[in-house]
Ligand binder design. Structure first.
Ligand SMILES: Nc1ncnc2c1ncn2[C@@H]1O[C@H](COP(=O)(O)OP(=O)(O)O)[C@@H](O)[C@H]1O
Ligand SMILES: CCCC(=O)OP(=O)(O)O
Length: 354
């Protein structure tokens, strides 16, 4: 039997859509949106994102009445275990109220539901960005009311870790790896026998700077900055999650431009890349301690992993910790299709979000 799977993955700057038959991709497209479009409030982005998906379906002659399941990237929900969940009303309410934060991934399940509703198609999410498998020891901070949270590229991190384990002839649950996803946000996860026991909050929190995120900031200086500029909570969240990192330092999130400038001798761009690489290396070192040095591999992934220049800057700081492997780009579409496929074949049970 051939299962027909539509996969939707909404990112901060793009809408990725693909059609799979069982675990094999038949066609796919990355629809890039303009800066002015993705600058709109998320709910206002729904019509043009939905439109571009509809165009993809029309151009490829894919009728929704033939689709068995729509597999979407999961957004900012309550912290949950990894796995595949059915899209339900509670999930949709939380994703559109943005109470747990704002990220384009929130829209994926909303569009999946919208498309599937009239044709009675099951919509699912797999390994959303809020997968939380942290050990208790890494949650506590030095302020009673504030705990660390797990917001990261769970889907791609787990997919890459599974592929690495397979290459070693092992299961994901048999290996310990550090996965470094370097995209719009940068997250560094300590995977211990199939669970991500420590990771930085790649959206609002700790960890290195990234193309669009500030990363960790010195507390006192940041408190003064907020006070001096009389910022609201919404403004603070926007600054650290959408206007930080490369955007704040260089006015662009385009790593390729900054890298080219660095290679052409621009000192500030070179300083930025050197600082970035030390910040990423320190984060890897932190995860290495949580794994007590028992590390099968350090795996780099995400768009920035295409950059040999960046990886070569990081390498000398971390090579002593374990073997380095690069999985440039992402495997999110394949991982989403496989998550849905495992449910369709009965290999995994569809989980309910409660
Ligand atoms: N070939 C490349 N070399 C270096 N940087 C790249 C390359 N391709 C993409 N990037 C950078 O990677 C970042 C986006 O990563 P990506 O994983 O695509 O983002 P997202 O997390 O939004 O999916 C951008 O800063 C982009 O400039
Ligand atoms: C929300 C955490 C995942 C993340 O940072 O995604 P992007 O890199 O796509 O913004």
């Amino acid at each position: 039997m051939t299962f027909k799977i539509l996969v939707l993955n909404l990112g901060s700057t793009s809408t990725k859509v693909a059609y799979f038959e069982n675990k094999k991709e038949v066609c796919s497209e990355t629809l890039r949106h303009s800066t002015s479009q993705v600058g709109l409030p998320l709910l206002k982005q729904l019509p043009f994102r939905l439109n571009s998906i509809q165009e993809f379906l029309d151009e490829n002659g894919i009728g929704l009445d033939n689709i068995d399941i729509i597999s979407a990237r999961g957004g900012l929900l309550k912290p949950i275990d990894g796995g595949t969940y059915g899209v339900n009303r509670l999930m949709l309410d939380e994703l559109t109220s943005f109470n747990n934060g704002e990220h384009a991934s929130n829209l994926s399940a909303v569009i999946a539901h919208e498309l599937g509703r009239d044709h009675d198609i099951q919509a699912t999410i797999t390994d959303p960005v809020v997968v939380d498998e942290l050990i208790d020891e890494v949650r506590m901070t030095g302020l009673k009311d504030i705990s660390r949270v797990s917001i990261f590229h769970a889907l791609n991190q787990k997919a890459v870790a599974r592929n690495f384990a397979k290459k070693l002839g092992k299961n994901y649950t048999d290996v310990n790896v550090i996965v470094v996803h370097m995209g719009g946000g940068i997250t560094v996860g300590a995977h211990e026998k199939g669970r991500v026991i420590d990771v930085n909050d790649g959206l609002y929190g700790d960890g290195p700077m990234s193309p669009t995120r500030s990363g960790a900031l010195p507390n006192r200086a940041f408190a003064k900055y907020i006070f001096d500029n009389q910022l609201t909570l919404h403004e603070i969240n926007t600054i650290i999650s959408k206007q930080g990192g490369f955007i704040s330092l260089k006015g662009t999130e385009d790593a390729l431009t900054i890298e080219r400038e660095a290679l052409d001798g621009d000192q500030y761009s070179l300083d930025l890349y050197r600082s970035l690489s030390v910040q990423i290396a320190k984060e890897i070192g932190s995860r290495a301690t949580v794994l007590k040095g028992d590390i099968d591999g350090i795996l780099f992934t995400g768009g920035l992993a295409h950059s040999k220049f960046l990886i070569d800057l990081i390498r000398p700081y971390i090579e002593f910790l374990g073997d380095v492997e690069v999985y440039a780009g992402e495997e999110e579409m394949q991982a989403l299709a496989e998550g849905a496929y495992r449910v369709l074949t009965g290999e995994e049970k569809l989980k309910e979000y409660i």
